[in-house]
Design a binder for this molecule. Sequence first.
Ligand code: ATP
Length: 233
Amino acid sequence: MLDIKGVNCHYGRIQVLHGIDLAIGEGELVALVGANGAGKTTLLRTLSGLEPASGGSIALDGRDITRHSSDKRVRLGIVQVPEGRQVFAPMSVEDNLIIGGYTRSEAEREQTLEEVYAMFPVLEERRHTAAGTLSGGQQQMLVISRALMARPRLLLLDEPSMGLSPLLVDEVFATISKLRDGGTTIFLVEQNAYMALAIADRGYVLEAGRVTLADEGRALLVNEKVKEAYLGI
Ligand code: ATP
C-alpha cells in the first residue's frame, strides 16, 4: 500500500532521516522502534506531509504522493494520530469525534460514529462528557477513534502508550490489535519496543535516522541486538 524509497528529511542544514526504505502492505500492522531522537516522529510527519521529504519518494498504491499536502493525504486515507493525546479538552467526547470526520458527509460521519461506539462502548457511555475528564487510556482511545472518523486506509500512530500506567498501556495495545483485526492498516511508532513488536506483523529498527534492521515482529523480539538495545534483556 505504502512504498517509501530513499526518503531523506532535513531540519535546516541538519539531516535527520537518511535514505529510509520501508513498505507497508494492506492490512498489515508494522512497528517502528528506536531510541529517543532516532527520527521516528520525523518519519511519521514526513509520511503525513507535515515535513517535506528532502529526497526520495513516497507512493500510495503505486501513485506518487511525495509532494502532496497533508490535507490531500488525509483525503487519500493517510491519517496520523500525533504523540501526546491531544483531545479538545473542554469539548464533549462526541464533538471531538465529529471533528475527526470533517472531510466526510454528515451521513458517513453518523455511520462511522456508530461503528466507533460499537467498538469502544465506553466512548458512547461518555459521549456528552468533556473529553478532558477521561482517563489517559480513554483519551488515547478517543484520539485514535477521532482519526478513525476520517476512515483511514492507513493509520499512523505516534507513541500511543507514552506516559500511561502499565494497565492503561495494556488497554491501548489491545485497542490497536482490535483495529488491526478489523482490517485497518497500521504503522505504529513506539518506544515500548517489546509490546509493539509482540503485536506487529513486521517491524523496523531506526537508529540515528537510518533503518538498521527489518524483519517479522516475532523475529525482532528474539534478535540479540534488539534484545540488548531495546528490550533490556
Ligand atoms: P522521541 O521518541 O524523543 O520523539 P524520535 O525518534 O521521534 O524521538 P524525532 O522527534 O523525529 O525523534 O527527532 C529526530 C531528531 O531531529 C532529534 O535530534 C531532534 O532533536 C531533531 N528535531 C526534531 N524536530 C525538530 C525541529 N522541528 N527542528 C529541528 N530539529 C528537530
